[in-house]
Design a protein around this ligand. Structure first.
Ligand SMILES: Cc1cc2nc3c(=O)[nH]c(=O)nc-3n(C[C@H](O)[C@H](O)[C@H](O)COP(=O)(O)OP(=O)(O)OC[C@H]3O[C@@H](n4cnc5c(N)ncnc54)[C@H](O)[C@@H]3O)c2cc1C
Length: 435
């Protein structure tokens, strides 16, 4: 009996697996358009995936999966206009390297660099620093391959509605083939990590956010300990001790931490001493390096994550309620809560749409149940107008998401017009979009 061997795909966190009927790796824009046209002609669905660093079923498909790993690289750099155009499949670390070789850097980034640039922007991936929007807000134009096989250029001036809809679109409007990003001359950052008290950090939060280029903090549950992280631009020479970096990033944050997670995932009641050991062991650090080398950190311990965006003015109150809730309910958690601050934007489906925002991120080891922890915290954050990070876990569906996004209807009108047969949808996206 003839059978078709199915491909296997899984995400970084290994909580999502799927068997696409086929995985395509187009090497040119035209080859990608041909795949889309073929799918359209036979009424089939396709799903584009990035580098699988989302924690939800966003990439999951039984149909054709398209990977743009062969569509990588810098197409052009206009240093005068501070704009770089890259193929959509370019991984952020590749893009960082190519830009840096030409004396430029991306304006602001999150804490890993292994995503594809289109995967990162499609979910509104962000770093921290209230002067900066998420990475999608750094896009000044992009080209979209649509269900009809057209290539549409979008920017503030060309197809402006599609530009507002398409910078964060979860792969549902079509496939971004290339994009132009705002870049800046290469810069160095002085990074300082310091242990402090949560109460003091909350008291001084406005000052920390205002006086630093990038400020974020990690709070360690069941303690009053935080690790504050400040980064500021500097012209001082690089000072980044390789040995210390290895000890901090590989031994403390991954090796030793991974060992503790093995205990935590096997022994139910170990979370309390573990949380305290991890908080107590938070390191202080000071280094100076090129920005892309400061932003990116290795993440070898696999976890599940939920991250929520709320209006920045609600942050302190929400944070205090969350601290009390965790201490009252005694969830099985020993990963720190990460708090970041991001400028508002005008991208219709961006969690930061129309508001300066605080992001709060919650993690559990990938082997540990995440509920009721995630669900209870989500309920609190929804009271503050919370919007989930699209690439991270949440339990929201169209009924409550629609009211959280003022431009929800306009986005879906465009989506239905561009892709009337739902070629780019998968079951998960259908569910959260109520399509
Ligand atoms: C360890 C870890 C650390 C992280 N740190 C951060 C962080 O600091 N800040 C933050 O905000 N997020 C962070 N994330 C989340 C991550 O940035 C997002 O989930 C991001 O979307 C992953 O990019 P990816 O390339 O892996 O895309 P995938 O997860 O594979 O795909 C994400 C979405 O992009 C769509 N997509 C991919 N390519 C295209 C294309 N060419 N055209 C249209 N749509 C496309 C897919 O269809 C899918 O809907 C982290 C995740 C992990 C696992």
């Amino acid at each position: 009996m003839a059978y078709q061997k199915l491909a296997f795909w899984q995400n970084w966190a290994r909580n999502v697996q799927c068997s696409p009927s086929k995985i395509e790796h187009p090497e040119t824009e035209q080859a990608l358009v041909d795949i889309i046209k073929d799918a359209g002609a036979s009424n089939k669905r396709v799903r584009v995936a990035g580098n699988g660093h989302s924690f939800t079923e966003l990439d999951s498909t039984k149909d054709t999966m398209i990977l743009l790993d062969q569509l990588q690289g810098l197409i052009s750099l206009d240093a005068h206009k501070s704009q770089a155009t890259a193929w959509a499949g370019t991984s952020i670390n590749n893009l960082n390297r190519l830009l840096f070789e030409k004396g430029c850097n991306i304006v602001n980034l999150g804490d890993i660099d292994v995503q594809s640039i289109a995967g990162a922007t499609a979910t509104g991936t962000h770093g921290t620093g209230l002067r900066f929007g998420n990475v999608s807000s750094q896009m000044s134009s992009f080209t979209l391959a649509t269900a009809s096989g057209e290539l549409i250029d979008c920017s503030k001036d060309k197809n402006p509605e599609l530009f507002n809809a398409g910078r964060v679109s979860l792969g549902s409007l079509g496939i971004v083939t290339k994009m132009t990003l705002d870049v800046v001359p290469a810069y160095k950052l002085e990074y300082v990590a310091k242990k402090a008290k949560l109460s003091e950090t909350l008291d001084r939060l406005d000052e920390y956010i205002a006086n630093n280029r990038n400020f974020e903090f990690y709070w360690f549950p069941y303690t009053n300990i935080v690790q504050n992280k400040f980064s500021n631009e500097t012209d001082a020479p690089v000072k980044d001790n390789q040995m210390m970096r290895y000890i901090n990033q590989h031994i403390m944050e991954n090796g030793f931490f991974g060992l503790l997670c093995n205990i935590g995932s096997n022994i139910n009641n170990s979370y309390l001493p573990l949380a305290k050991i991890i908080g107590f062991g938070a390191t202080s650090e000071r280094k100076i390096n090129h920005s892309h080398l400061v932003f990116a950190t290795p993440r070898n311990v696999r976890f599940k994550e939920m991250e929520y965006n709320i209006p920045i003015e609600n942050f302190k109150e929400a944070m205090q309620r969350i601290v009390s809730k965790i201490h009252k309910e005694h969830y099985r958690v020993y990963f720190p809560v990460e708090c970041r601050f991001v400028k508002g934007d005008d991208i219709w489906m961006s969690p930061s749409y129309g508001r300066d925002s605080a992001y709060l991120a919650f993690h559990v080891d990938s082997r540990t149940p995440h509920n009721p922890y995630f669900k209870d915290i989500e309920n609190i954050l929804m009271e503050y107008g919370g919007r989930p990070h699209w690439g991270k876990m949440h339990s929201r569906k169209a009924d409550t998401l629609a009211t959280a996004y003022p431009m929800w209807e306009q986005f879906h009108e465009i989506r239905k017009k561009l892709d009337p047969n739902g070629m780019f949808m998968n079951d998960y996206v259908k569910e959260i979009f109520g399509a």
